[in-house]
Ligand binder design. Structure first.
Ligand SMILES: NC(=O)c1ccc[n+]([C@@H]2O[C@H](COP(=O)([O-])OP(=O)(O)OC[C@H]3O[C@@H](n4cnc5c(N)ncnc54)[C@H](O)[C@@H]3O)[C@@H](O)[C@H]2O)c1
Length: 363
């Protein structure tokens, strides 16, 4: 968490004047509620469904309701707009075109992932952002998880050594290669690839090349990655796990040290420690100075940190956007540059069959 102490909305002196496009399920559960803790004044909400927009306006305290977002941006002239929409019938991301319109209207954009369904579309957003001098940030919530931010801090410390390899597990199937020309069949994959891919890019940097193998039973994959900096990694996207199983596991190995994040919240830092003498040590308990460090949230108190809108990164990502815009700075996380790298990875799976190396970024 970037802020040690979280302010409540009404405690902020300076706020962004914002509008919101989309009154759907995810935004109701996870995005509008973040505004309790963010420097925003929610002026208006737009949804194609006027009744839903009106219900959300009552629930979350917006003053006006629209069904046409262009009219809303024109009339309200907000500093920024939040976009949480869905997919077109062809499987394209609705938010891509809406974000382009908003940037051209001179409005900063926070948009839910996926940012776009192709490299070209992300590049169009980058151009619109540059041309109109407005920022666009995507909701790459994983890089705002306190546990993932902690892992980043640990692997960036000199004691950890160079991050040399990474393992990420994220359950997700991908359809057979022949079906991938149809974007509609890739909706689930596009929707979720953003999660592990954003973690991988955040922790290890740009990928040079990948090669993947897919099993035909459930559509699960394993992907080997070589990063531009020489490190290696494995992305395990199993399909067919139990609905009762935690989804995610992450491990980064440095030089004599490693960090593990389980289930998005449990962090264990295995600090540099000598292995107890082989064949002679009666105890596995290393000295306190070298012992592993472990964190996990308590779930007893009515704290902010054990609300999902905090430990799943939603409040931190919204705060990062608002504070960046209020300070006249570009957001440092959830950037279009990160979305571009994710789009390159998406296209690698979409257009290249399993089994052979695929270049993501040339040396
Ligand atoms: N980060 C996460 O944890 C997470 C979780 C779930 C969903 N999501 C993302 O959130 C997005 C929305 O998901 P959802 O399940 O809430 O979808 P949804 O279909 O419930 O909601 C989308 C809403 O957008 C509205 N809409 C679409 N186009 C519009 C337009 N041009 N003008 C005004 N309103 C418009 C629709 O009427 C609908 O009410 C998706 O991009 C999904 O990937 C992210």
């Amino acid at each position: 968490m970037e802020q040690a102490n979280v302010k409540y909305n009404f405690e902020y002196d300076r706020k962004l004047n914002i509008c919101f496009i989309g009154a759907g399920g995810h935004s109701f559960r996870n995005i509008y509620p973040t505004f309790q803790y963010a420097p925003v004044d929610l002026a208006a909400i737009c949804d194609k469904d006027a009744d839903r927009a009106a219900a959300y306006a009552r629930q979350f305290g917006a003053r006006a309701v629209y069904t046409d977002y262009r009219e809303m941006l024109e009339k309200e002239k907000p500093d920024a707009v939040f976009i949480v929409t869905s997919y077109t019938p062809e499987g394209r991301v609705q938010a891509t075109d809406i974000a382009l319109d908003a940037l051209k209207a001179g409005v900063h954009v926070w948009m839910e992932k996926p940012t776009a369904a192709s490299v070209e579309e992300v590049q169009q957003l980058m151009k619109a952002s540059r041309d109109n001098n407005r920022y666009a940030m995507s909701g790459l919530k994983k890089v705002f998880f306190p546990a993932i931010a902690k892992a980043k801090q640990i692997i960036s410390s000199p004691e950890f050594g160079t991050p040399s390899s990474i393992y990420v597990r994220y359950p997700q199937d991908i359809p057979a290669f022949a079906e991938r020309s149809d974007l509609r069949k890739l909706k689930g994959f596009l929707d979720h690839l953003y999660h592990p891919a954003s973690i991988i890019h955040y922790l290890m940097g740009k990928i040079g090349s990948i090669a993947y193998e897919r099993e035909p039973f459930n559509g699960g994959t394993v992907t080997n990655m070589r990063f531009l900096n020489g490190a290696v990694g494995t992305l395990h996207m199993p399909a067919g796990v139990s609905g009762s199983s935690p989804l995610e596991r992450l491990e980064v190995v440095g030089s004599g040290a490693n960090v593990v994040v389980e289930n998005g919240v449990k962090v264990t830092y295995y600090r540099k420690a000598a292995r107890p003498a082989y064949g002679r040590s009666a105890s596995y308990l290393v000295d306190d100075q070298a012992a592993p460090l472990h964190w996990e949230p308590e779930h007893s108190l009515g704290q902010l940190y054990n609300k999902n809108i905090f430990y799943l990164g939603y409040v931190p990502e919204v705060l990062h956007f608002c504070e960046s815009i209020l300070n006249g700075q570009p957001p440092q996380k959830g950037t279009l540059e990160e979305s571009l790298e994710i789009a390159k990875l998406f296209e690698a799976y979409r257009y290249s069959p399993e089994g052979s190396p695929i270049v993501i970024n040339g040396q």
